[in-house]
Design a protein around this ligand. Structure first.
Ligand code: KG4
Ligand code: ZN
Length: 368
């Protein structure tokens, strides 16, 4: 067994806010975070027939496997419960039934072992995720793109986030999932659409670029989703036409996100004129998309930002990012009360959210 350094914090983190039951044991040392064990159990098969995540099915599936996932994670880490300094769980935003399962598990472990419980904002987990695998100095610009959120954040430090812009309706991952559903490509849609797009012609189908003509960093994907449905209904769906729709859809997404990212970079530079080469991070499930990664890597070269993206397993929902955020909070002396309630909505930048609330209408619901 590896002896923990005197000032390190070892935290077990649990993530259950959507359709992944995930846990990780992470040790925070002076040289950074080290993941000692992690397990992710996906529920794709449970939701496949519905083309999207069904909240009740998700909550039940989390309840079925959460304790097994935690047990296996602990076994992988080679540590006993006594050697864990705190238990963290996503406390929101997300699907409330699932969030409650993870929180109850972490609270029970905390209570039984006499160690602290730390409720973690899922978005903070994503926001800090690039630091799991490399040194990215604060402040940096983050594009968070997943099934439940799509926003630009200036990550100034632990607990310090400024929202620069976000979707005003659906999350970008939802648009990928809906496109896949319309074309009968299965769930989750993102990887299927990306695979199909490889053989398609991105100029074959004319699709809108919502809000591109307006200044600012707000985005919208609901209209694009509907346009895909219209185009799909207007033609015979063969492998070739499906590939063309996927390629054209992906090109529209890349176009919108690249232009909006450029504006976000300008805003970030104006706020931080002293930083020579700021970091730009893409995180969240859609960050796994290779076409988007290459478009943004190119933009970073042009705009003199350094490009960062967590490895794929930490782009999508995972326990490591929750354990990491929990360990940093614990190190800062912050713990949560066992009465802490789950929050379906929990914006990182409460001030911006209060002045311009976002209401998402998708199946997963806007997490922010
Ligand atoms: O971060 P995540 O695992 O869960 C949420 O917090 O929502 O993101 C899941 C989303 C889904 O909508 C999925 O279709 C999308 O990320 N996604 C992708 C890709 N891989 C996953 N979208 C585009 N291209 C991909 N390769
Ligand atoms: Zn997420």
């Amino acid at each position: 067994m590896v002896q923990a350094p005197a000032n390190s914090k070892t935290v077990l983190g649990i993530e259950t806010s959507c359709d992944e039951t995930a846990a990780a044991v992470l040790r925070l040392t002076d040289t950074g975070p080290v993941v000692l064990g992690e397990v992710i159990a996906s529920q794709f098969d449970d939701h496949a027939a519905y083309g999207g995540v069904v909240p009740e099915i998700a909550a039940r599936a989390h309840a079925d496997v959460c304790d097994h996932v935690v047990k296996e994670t602990l076994a992988q880490s080679g540590l006993t419960l006594d050697e864990i300094d705190g238990f963290a769980a996503t406390s929101g935003p997300g699907l409330i039934g699932g969030v409650m399962v993870g929180m109850m598990t972490a609270k029970a472990l905390a209570l039984a072992s006499g160690k602290p419980f730390i409720g973690v904002n899922h978005l903070e987990g994503h926001a800090l995720s690039p630091r799991l695998s490399e040194t990215v100095s604060f402040p940096y610009l983050l594009l968070l793109v997943s099934g439940g959120h799509c926003q630009f954040l200036s990550v100034e430090g632990l607990g310090k986030y400024k929202r620069l812009g976000s979707t005003i309706d659906d999350a970008v991952g939802e648009a990928f999932d809906k496109t896949a559903k319309v074309l009968g490509l299965g769930f989750p849609g993102g990887p299927a659409v990306e695979r199909m797009a490889q053989t398609g012609n991105p100029a074959a189908v004319s699709l809108p670029r919502p809000l591109l003509d307006r200044p600012g960093m707000e985005m919208s994907f609901a209209g694009l989703k509907t346009a895909v449905l219209r185009e799909a209904q207007a033609r015979e769906l063969t492998d070739e036409t499906k590939a063309d729709i996927c390629a054209s859809f992906q090109a529209a997404i890349c176009n919108v996100l690249t232009v909006k990212s450029q504006r976000a970079m300008q805003a970030f530079r104006e706020a931080h004129p002293d930083i020579d080469q700021p970091g730009f991070v893409i995180a969240g499930g859609v960050g796994a998309n290779q076409a988007l990664r290459s478009a943004l890597t190119q933009l970073c070269v042009e705009q003199e930002f350094s490009f960062h993206a967590p490895p794929l397993k930490w782009c999508t929902d995972n326990g490591a990012m929750i354990a990491y955020a929990g360990a940093l909070r614990l190190q800062a002396g912050e713990t949560s009360d066992l009465t802490l309630a789950a929050r379906p909505r929990w914006p990182l930048d409460e001030e911006a959210a209060a002045s311009a609330p976002i209401f998402g209408g998708g199946k997963r619901g806007a997490k922010a």
